[in-house]
Write a protein that binds this ligand. Sequence first.
Ligand SMILES: Nc1ncnc2c1ncn2[C@@H]1O[C@H](COP(=O)(O)OP(=O)(O)O)[C@@H](O)[C@H]1O
Ligand SMILES: [Mg+2]
Length: 273
Amino acid sequence: MSDSTLLAAPVASDDSMIEQGEQAGASLSSAAGLGHAELLVRDAVPASLISMRNIWKTYQMGSEQVHALRGVAFDVQKGEYLAIIGPSGSGKSTLMNLIGCLDTPSQGEYWINGKLVSAMEDDELARIRNMEVGFVFQTFNLLARATSLHNVELPLIYAGIGSAERHEKAERALAAVDLADRMTHRPNELSGGQRQRVAIARALVNHPSILLADEPTGALDTKTSHEIMMLFERLHAEGNTIIVVTHEPDIAKRAHRVISIRDGEIDKDERIK
Ligand SMILES: Nc1ncnc2c1ncn2[C@@H]1O[C@H](COP(=O)(O)OP(=O)(O)O)[C@@H](O)[C@H]1O
Ligand SMILES: [Mg+2]
């Protein structure tokens, strides 16, 4: 058993439980022979791009607690290409929401780019999310009545960037996914693969720290899926950090590292390339 599992305690429902938890954690750490200095090191700002430390996510369902994540811990370095895989109900979406700063853990520390996300309030969380994360979804999530160019400009509008610069950046992002000739098309005038490429351009236009994709090929045929995965490989080779959440082993195999989760815990964490 790793010491992160040993130190893990379920979410406390009141202060007295938190105190009990801290006491239990302290006695366990001294039992494990961890000195004060080591505990301080553990709390230091990590050098990794992402650091998940003993992450728990617990949902209250009536009188029952559902532990969707149970003491998950891993780091991701800048430039990695990681797949997160696991069966339905294993906690993938919960983990993706945490990585993407859409939600905060019930317990544990989540650091991104030196910032402690797990302690943030909603407005700060939204700001970090816009800066650090580009999202790609299974169903593309494009504005139906907007052109490719306008769809890609949207995150720049939220970021308060002026129209000339916005235009230029959006054009460049679309050219980078080979859609220079589809700037004024609307989603229903594009193929599925082209729509996903618009979504990828939108995700990257702000130069986020991570590209986070949730089943990015789930709505595409085999040939188009292959094209999108080739594009991910190229974006990775260009220096982007990519995390793909999927239940498809064939998609996970394209990454360089695979984390398998099962029942809210990391089952395997393997480098495959
Ligand atoms: N908002 C929620 N409220 C209660 N339980 C939830 C909620 N979201 C997820 N769960 C539960 O947490 C577990 C993990 O769910 P999820 O992260 O969606 O898994 P996956 O994406 O791997 O299918 C499941 O048992 C699910 O029922
Ligand atoms: Mg899911």
